[in-house]
Design a protein around this ligand. Structure first.
Ligand code: ZN
Length: 207
């Protein structure tokens, strides 16, 4: 899943320019869908690669932006609205409070250079584990390669909370939730928090 970081200069995508307008355009074309929650099989297996970069992919991403906004999320993976495809969207601020908006298909984490591997143990939450939060140590910098909605290769980098978001959403598409990275005790605590909370958005019932 991780690939070797190369010394060559990476050309990072610009996901900052017109962030507000781009997010609004997607969201207004899309329809919010209910969110799948922990226990739904679609969240616990690796999604299929995106191979068709067509209008239906754009329509899916529009719905994902609408769903993300309705649920007040900062990132959303396709399997969180029940779609088995490797694509996620994000609308998230970085360490400098700069807003990043984008969509990434077929994400692959890039291994960080040793001097950029510093752990941050902030709280993390997930729309698919509604009402629960837990500290989780993750690198405070992330680089993810993938493709844009036209299939062009792109590289996204993030710091701070946005780095956490990129790692969290990439994990989703490989069938991994943040609670899978917690200790047994913390995982149990999170599931208890979730059981005691009422989601503020529509979810897909598990049965
Ligand atoms: Zn999540």
């Amino acid at each position: 899943m991780a690939q070797q970081h190369t010394e060559q200069q990476l050309d990072f995508v610009d996901d900052v320019t017109d962030a507000e307008a781009r997010e609004a355009a997607h969201r207004e074309r899309g329809t919010a869908r209910p969110i799948t929650v922990v226990g739904n099989p679609v969240l616990h297996r690796e999604c299929k690669d995106v191979t068709a970069f067509d209008d239906s992919l754009v329509a899916l991403v529009d719905d994902m932006f609408a769903s993300q906004r309705a649920a007040e999320g900062v990132g959303l993976a396709a399997n969180q609205i029940g779609v088995d495809l490797k694509v996620f969207v994000y609308d998230c601020a970085d360490d400098d409070d700069v807003r990043h908006v984008g969509a990434l298909c077929n994400p692959v984490p890039v291994e960080l250079p040793a001097d950029r591997r510093r752990l941050d143990d902030s709280n993390e939450g997930c729309l698919s584990v509604p009402g629960a939060y837990m500290e989780l140590a993750r690198p405070d910098y992330a680089i993810v390669r993938g493709q844009d909605l036209q299939g062009n290769p792109i590289v996204v980098q993030g710091t701070g909370y946005f780095a956490r978001c990129l790692q969290h959403e990439t994990d989703h598409l490989y069938g991994r939730l943040y609670i899978d990275r917690l200790s047994k005790r913390d995982r149990k605590d999170v599931l208890r928090q979730m059981a005691e909370a009422t989601p503020k958005f529509e979810t897909v019932p598990n049965d």
